[in-house]
Design a protein around this ligand. Structure first.
Ligand SMILES: NC(=O)c1ccc[n+]([C@@H]2O[C@H](COP(=O)([O-])OP(=O)(O)OC[C@H]3O[C@@H](n4cnc5c(N)ncnc54)[C@H](O)[C@@H]3O)[C@@H](O)[C@H]2O)c1
Length: 337
């Protein structure tokens, strides 16, 4: 077994450790609360990683796609927890990608007004993003992630062995989110091996979350590349998966920062080198997309309190930039057609 890295998420009395490495799931027992006598393991039939929980446990399977990320699923889980007699001293263990950890986390936050939860992330996106930071929730027919809670886990495992079975498209989605971390700090993530790189992404996310746990400001930086990404997901009716859209969104953000005179062309080239060359992700706008539609969708972005709002690179690093005019946005999009 290779070395297991331990990264701390520093949140005062809600601090926790994230274990990163091949075989890290074997260390799961070290993250379970000492009070836990039993565990409710929430996973999916399609998740091949089987964990060896060190305490008696029951396994609950939830459906494998986004249509199961609902209040009904949370209700069924909580009824299962009640039937097994799970108490507030016990623990929920979410084993899966972001869908599982979002649902398991929200069920844990709600059941008995809060039961500890430990996440075992089995997708790259889960490892570098969804399992870290305490955002949990489910969708409503009216929109994605509309009901949820901030509920920090007691610990997180990122076992790279799980990635061996992950389908290529899911890997690409993880790479899209991972690529964003290359630009949030000055470090050279390209120089790191995969375990160190995932551990560094976790550290960067942990640092941002610790400075703004409930997304009052700085946590918005984690949305780098996401303004165009969300518009693209909607405009393509989700033919583009989230991480694929983020990849294109990162290139757009670099072009826009360049059009606005915030960064030089060499920084745009660095974005291409990471997104296109290192991770092999598509960087062009998909054919047939109407630019006017993208502009309209970006105006409706959650961040857009003051005109078109983006997270953009610049002389002081990545920051939120509000009140961007249409023309530079159109110019940046024109470079990507
Ligand atoms: N809470 C947050 O901060 C946050 C952040 C980003 C995304 N999310 C949420 O995460 C979800 C997406 O998560 P995701 O991209 O991890 O996808 P996912 O959880 O939907 O998993 C994708 C597919 O891969 C399968 N799978 C998982 N691990 C596997 C493995 N090791 N081998 C083979 N197959 C495996 C799953 O069963 C599923 O079929 C969305 O619902 C999104 O809203 C949450």
């Amino acid at each position: 077994m290779t070395e297991i890295r331990r990264v701390r998420v520093p949140l005062a009395d809600r601090s926790y450790e994230v274990l990163v490495g091949r075989g890290a799931a074997a260390e799961l027992g070290t993250l379970l609360p000492g009070s836990a006598r039993r565990a409710a393991v929430v996973t999916q039939e399609t998740v091949p990683l089987h964990i060896a929980a060190s305490i008696p446990h029951e396994v609950f399977h939830i459906g494998a796609d986004e249509q199961h990320k609902t209040l009904e699923t949370v209700g069924e889980l909580c009824r299962g927890f009640a039937r097994m007699g799970l108490t507030r001293n016990d623990v929920v263990i979410g084993v899966g990608g972001g869908l599982v950890t979002d649902v398991a986390g929200f069920a844990a936050a709600s059941y008995h007004r809060g039961v500890p939860v430990v996440h075992v992330a089995t997708t790259l996106l889960g490892m570098v993003d969804a399992a870290i930071g305490g955002k949990t929730g489910v969708n409503l027919p009216e929109g994605k992630n509309l009901v949820g809670a901030f509920w920090q886990p007691s610990g997180v495992v990122c076992d790279l062995d799980a990635l061996d079975t992950l389908p290529d498209r899911e890997m690409r989605c993880g790479y899209g989110e991972m690529a964003k971390y290359h630009f949030l700090t000055g470090d050279d993530l390209l120089a790191l091996d995969m375990t160190s790189r995932i551990a560094r992404c976790v550290e960067i996310k942990a640092e941002v979350v610790a400075s703004d746990e409930r997304e009052g400001g700085r946590r918005a930086l984690l949305n780098y590349g996401h303004t165009l990404a969300h518009a693209l997901e909607t405009a393509t009716e989700h033919r583009l998966a989230h991480g694929e859209a983020v990849a294109i969104g990162l290139i757009f953000a670099a072009h826009l920062a360049n059009v606005l005179g915030r960064v030089g062309v060499e920084r745009v080239d660095e974005h291409f080198a990471v997104v296109g060359e290192e991770y092999g992700l598509a960087t062009d706008l998909p054919a047939g997309i109407e630019v006017a539609r993208l502009l309209e969708l970006m105006r409706r972005d959650k961040k857009a309190l003051d005109g078109l709002t983006f997270v953009l690179d610049g002389p002081d690093g990545v920051e939120v930039v509000a009140g961007v005019d249409d023309q530079p946005v159109l110019d940046a999009l024109a470079r990507m057609a």
